[in-house]
Design a protein around this ligand. Sequence first.
Ligand code: IVH
Length: 674
Amino acid sequence: MDMSSVKKRIHQLRKEIDYHNKLYYEESRNIISDFDYDKKIQELIKLEELHPEFKSASSPSVKVGGKITKDFNTFDHNVPMLSLSNTYSNQDLLDFDKRVKKNLNIEEVEYLCELKYDGVALSIYYENGLFKRALTRGDGEKGDDISNNVITIKTLPLKLSESVDLEVRGEAFISKSNFMMLNDEKRLNNEELFSNPRNTASGSLKMQDSSIVAERRINCYLYSLVSDKENITNQEESLNYLKNLGLNVPKTFKKCKNITEVKEYIDYWENKRDDLDVETDGIVIKVNKLEYQKVLGNTAKSPRWAIAFKYKSESKKTKVLDIRFQVGRTGAITPVALLDPVELGGSIVKRASLHNSNEIERLDVRINDSVHIEKGGEIIPKVTKVEISERVLDTGKFKFINSCPACDTELKTIEDQAVHYCPNYKKCPPQVSGRIEHFISKNAMNIEFLGPETVKGLINEGLIRDVSDLYNLKYDDIIDLKFNIDEEDKIRSLKNKSCENILRSIEKSKENEFSNVLFGLGIRYVGKTTAKKLAKSMKSIDAIISADYNKFIEVDEIGDKIAQSLIKYFNDSENLLIIEKLKSSGLIFSYEDTNQIKSSNLKNKIFVISGKFENYSREELQKVIEENSGKVSKSLSSKTSFLLAGENMGPKKKIKAKELKINVINEKEFFDLL
Ligand code: IVH
């Protein structure tokens, strides 16, 4: 079978199996025999094994009916996965250098320094240049086969640029920005937040359903070539070789002539690492020459040729002045410790998150306690420990509130979760302002000159009640508007320049595409990605408003929870009124597929496609035509410009084309024309 037939067959099998799964799992119906079903699965698995470049996390071979793999298979590591000995001090580093030189009996040794990425170690096997398997570290001797999850990592190629057999090792991680996005989505759904990127990455890679893993957008850096390769004599060459094979090797490594240069590298990255999108907890120092590495060998636990220099994670002790509760735009209540201000990692910290009622319980934190705070993956630091020994007054355990601090409504909790929320969705003031703040935020409508304080000011003055009112604001309404600066009780008022900027940025926001508007509406569970998928597949707000449950779940990645939420939102007449008002203000409520247009070469040309083609499917050809501004029609007419004819085209079409004097072209001629 040629590649395009393989691809087609895999696609067809997946579609058929998905269909039968849906019937079986959702409607308890069986329209094929178990034997035929298994045959299809086996054929798919075989094709995917032979062509791993077509593997996909959403393939039913990976997750039959949602979940199939109960446990992971384990495999022995070819070479044990060791750990590194750690140091925090310069003296240890100098001692390491001395030991290395003494054992090698040389004066000076060259090192290769890399950053130490804080994630999950992976060992990845390629056979003939094709991805074969990915194992966790496990106990160092044996690891779990988590291939189905690892293939969701977009930066990890399933096919290398050379057809080589290889074992490589690296670190899978969740980037800082992605981690924040994941937690934003959690916040949006009133769900418990992830604690840090490392744990999220490791938890995700051990999940059974790889389609959820795919949503976590895990990344991976490679740092070790395990297999021996001729011509590769040092770590630097290994890294360059991996890079040339198409593997994701970060550029941050550096060759250092001696330990003094190593120290310079360490000092350079101490602060600079904060600017990276990956969490790093130190530096790995490796003897560069592979021959020397062999001579030095390993202890039972770690290699003698490498060491990790770990940066001290900055922690400060301060006092809890008060514990307050914030209400988010979805009503989620977050407890926050107000602190005696303290400098941490270059900024003054006045508050720290206590996450939820479980965390308060776990820490047993109380007002007046001395606490340690640290910066985690989130912007706002967290309390890591309470100094119970320094507690003077026994005030009793701190109690979580029962009613909303803003509107006094009784709080609710979500089953099995420690998250409390205020159900007064429509009237609770922080929820009302939170929705507007979400609408104007960067990822939604990006109304940059309007901030949370001005929004609150506008609400207080009765100038806006919901997002649609923003588009009716006039200069005279907002000039001299009074608003408070957060945390300070200073009153400010809007001056001429700010008013002009605000009105201009509101006007400019009308140019945002449909998915931004849809995301900006703040529909529960509809994050940016879902909004994009919805816009692309449903095309217009009218289609969305009139869609039913079944229509919604047909959309990629929309399941029961999101579908229910969409129905609830669009059944609410107040929401529909807001949409009507936004429409009349000129916001974009339909999808324009501008990205897909690659040229206008086929403008005004109408094609009819018929028969079978050597290299492309009919769908693929249609896509090419549309990407180049042409149109495709099903039947021949006097308006048809070309009949794109493949093999086995019916004779009637040929005759009709001749009658209508339509140009008949084959696949090659079509591409020449293009
Ligand atoms: S080399 C013998 N290089 O740190 C282990 N490891 O404590 C050789 N890590 O399990 C590993 N960044 O998960 C190496 N640039 C890097 C690394 C790195 C992170 C992790 C890795 C390893 C752990 C060792």
